[in-house]
Design a protein around this ligand. Structure first.
Ligand code: SF4
Length: 203
């Protein structure tokens, strides 16, 4: 785990024993956020996947690899951002030897917001990039249709350090993995990189 400050490290330790919702029971471990402690950009995903659950680190699986490449192409140094998920335990159903991802429900998102709020308060980012509908619900507190709200700044109010915090909605990189053909993958990946570049330009 690579947590950014003493406060975040303490929160990550506390979260490891969290029982606020039932998702802890079947997962391997809590996957807390990591990255720069006073990052100007925070990236919020949905929940850890199979590989993140085993590694105990966010965005280390296939979607994380896409995210890394896209951040690089958008000119954003991952070492300078804080990455986390709206929900800190992997939700899945077993199918044979595989564990199939299940979307967290609104109760689980609301329960885990306790930890996301601590991360947001500690990191205090100027820009919060919401990767997909679950992250958007967790931070904006409402149902978000990605196609309608994608790609524009959404005010989050003043930060304690002064200035206004912004949110920016885009797709989750796992969406790109699920696209059926290569042409769609290329098109949507380019749009994703364009969103990240646009978001970074808001700083
Ligand atoms: S998903 Fe979040 S709220 Fe639920 S048990 Fe895990 S850390 Fe706690």
């Amino acid at each position: 785990m690579n947590v950014a400050s003493a406060e975040l490290a303490a929160a990550a330790r506390d979260a490891a024993a969290c029982r606020r919702c039932p998702l802890w029971a079947n997962a391997t471990q809590t996957v807390f956020g990591e990255g720069a402690g006073r990052a100007r950009i925070m990236l919020v995903g949905e929940q850890p996947g199979d590989q993140e659950d085993l590694a105990g680190r966010p965005f280390v699986g296939p979607a994380g690899k896409i995210l890394d490449t896209a951040l690089q192409e958008a000119g954003i140094d991952r070492a300078l951002v804080y990455v986390t998920n709206a929900v800190k335990h992997f939700k899945f159903i077993p199918r044979g030897k595989r564990r199939i991802h299940q979307k967290p429900d609104t109760g689980e998102i609301a329960a885990c917001k306790f930890w996301l709020d601590i991360e947001r308060e500690q990191v205090n980012p100027r820009l919060t990039v919401l990767l997909g509908a679950t992250a958007a619900r967790a931070v904006l507190g409402r149902t978000v249709t990605i196609g309608r709200e994608r790609g524009r700044p959404i005010p989050l109010g003043p930060t304690p350090a002064g200035g206004d915090a912004l949110a920016f909605v885009t797709v989750h990189p796992s969406f790109l993995l699920r696209l059926p053909d290569e042409a769609a993958k290329r098109r949507e990946y380019a749009a994703f990189v364009g969103d990240l570049r646009h978001a970074a330009g808001l700083l």
